[in-house]
Design a protein around this ligand. Structure first.
Ligand code: EPZ
Length: 419
């Protein structure tokens, strides 16, 4: 396994480009199951999770080839290829996104249950309940979801909890169902909207994406289409947190500014200087110490849970006391113990953390536990005195394309070494 060796203290300068959004590319690639023919998906980030999804699609009869940021796929209908195997699903829970499209297109699906991960149990009960409401017969046996349905029927579904992949799974399934499906308490995340845009290019009839109520009129069939995946608002937010922590003056390009209001507002409230040079470029400067700022994670358009760990790392050396409250996942504070080993003063209290700003952090060997926690440890290391080693880098490789190259490109002192 690899680790990162980071020496803190260098200010960041230069320009850094945001890649395509992992959490938009994953459902978009899965939607390819819904039609035959050639698809060209551009700005598909080169990440472990994307490679896993392409392996999974190959098991389902869809071949693919990557050429830089573009993935070309060839989807051929094969009624026998309906299984998403455990050895792939266990490495990426987003594999559950193949369930809806398989059921809609082939009338059956056998998808391994994802199992939990570091940040929580992460059940898929709401996905299954919604598919049953559309007429699917669902059995859960030997760790697999076995679903059968000749043709799904449109239904009115209200999600008990806002679920991003739940909304995406059912929206995809509904595109080929008989009749209209109405999703209420739907997720409003920009990645859901990006998926809807792609499905509409494939000929789907969808209204209301980006609101809490989405209406989908089922079609007999969909067609292949090309698409450019939206930029990654979490990667962009992570870069802004790097500048907030290390200081400096950086231009960030290919930013989905409109979709990042909650993150930008909190960083500005903390004292980061953020100027919009155009619709997709920000100039970010940190010229003074930051002030303590509270966050509470919420479904979009609230502050994203995927930014909680990174923002907390920035608050560790801010002036004053901040409170970070996590309302989406039950165990998304795995980074706290590691930050405390670097000298952070953080107290856990139920769903919140109280962060008392300290003068400085000390470099230390730390361990990543999940994707965003690993980013928060890198952010802390950039402002720590001395050397930090971040191990278990496979977490980082799942969600950040060329992270070391990009950060080194703006002056961060970090390198990847074999453990
Ligand atoms: C998506 O996960 C993202 N992943 C996550 O990003 C993100 O943290 C999360 O949405 C919240 O924004 C992808 O899009 C691939 P949920 P998802 O269903 O869809 C509970 C990252 O860092 N729930 O919105 O799995 C669930 O346990 C990842 O890139 C049920 O109880 O999250 C959680 O507490 C991490 N039953 C809450 O709802 C269900 O059937 C929200 O989960 C589904 C969800």
């Amino acid at each position: 396994m690899d680790k990162l060796v980071i020496n803190g203290g260098s200010e960041l300068k230069g320009s850094i480009r945001v890649s395509g959004a992992k959490n938009a590319a994953l459902p978009i690639l899965s939607a390819v199951i819904l039609a035959d023919g050639k698809f060209k998906i551009s700005e598909a980030p080169e990440l472990v999770d994307i490679a896993t999804m392409l392996k999974l699609l190959a098991e389902l009869g869809i071949s693919s080839k990557r050429d830089g940021k573009t993935v070309t796929l060839n989807s051929k209908f094969d009624p026998e290829k309906i299984e998403a195997p455990y050895d792939l699903v266990k490495t990426m829970r987003a594999s559950v996104l193949t369930l809806g499209p398989l059921l809609a297109r082939k009338g059956k699906a056998r998808v391994s249950l994802p199992g939990g991960c570091a940040i929580g149990e992460r059940p898929v009960d709401l996905h299954l309940k919604a598919l049953e409401a559309m007429g699917a017969e669902i059995k859960v046996e030997h760790g697999y979801v076995e679903a059968v349905c000749k043709r799904l029927k449109g239904a009115e579904i209200t999600f008990d909890i806002v679920t991003v992949t739940g909304t995406e799974n059912i929206m995809m399934a509904a595109t080929l169902a008989d009749g209209e499906t109405v999703l209420r308490n739907a997720a409003q995340e920009p990645e859901v909207v990006d998926l809807a845009r792609f499905l509409k290019k494939m000929g789907a009839d969808i209204q209301g994406e980006g609101t809490k109520e989405i209406r989908i009129k089922g079609m007999k069939s969909l067609t292949n289409a090309d698409y450019i995946v939206m930029p990654d608002r979490i990667e962009a937010g992570t870069f802004l947190c790097c500048v907030a922590a290390a200081g400096g003056d950086v231009e960030v390009t290919n930013v989905p500014v409109q979709e990042m209001r909650a993150t930008l507002d909190k960083l500005i409230e903390a004292g980061l200087e953020i100027n919009k040079l155009n619709d997709t470029t920000l100039r970010v400067k940190r010229t003074k110490p930051l002030s303590a700022t509270d966050i509470t994670t919420l479904p979009y358009p609230g502050f994203p849970t995927d930014m909680q760990a990174q923002f907390m790392a920035v608050m560790v050396c801010a002036d004053g006391v901040s409170v970070a409250t996590e309302t989406i996942f039950e165990n998304r504070f795995m980074h706290v113990a590691e930050l405390k080993r670097m000298g952070a003063d953080i107290m856990l209290k139920d769903k919140s953390c109280i962060i008392k700003g300290v003068k400085s952090l000390m470099g230390a060997p730390v361990m990543a536990s999940d994707l965003r926690a690993s980013a928060s440890l890198v952010i802390a290391a950039l402002m720590a005195e001395g050397e930090t080693e971040v191990s278990r880098l496979y977490h980082l490789d799942r969600g950040y394309e060329k992270f070391v190259d990009k950060l080194s490109g703006i002056g961060a002192n970090l390198k990847r070494v074999k453990e």
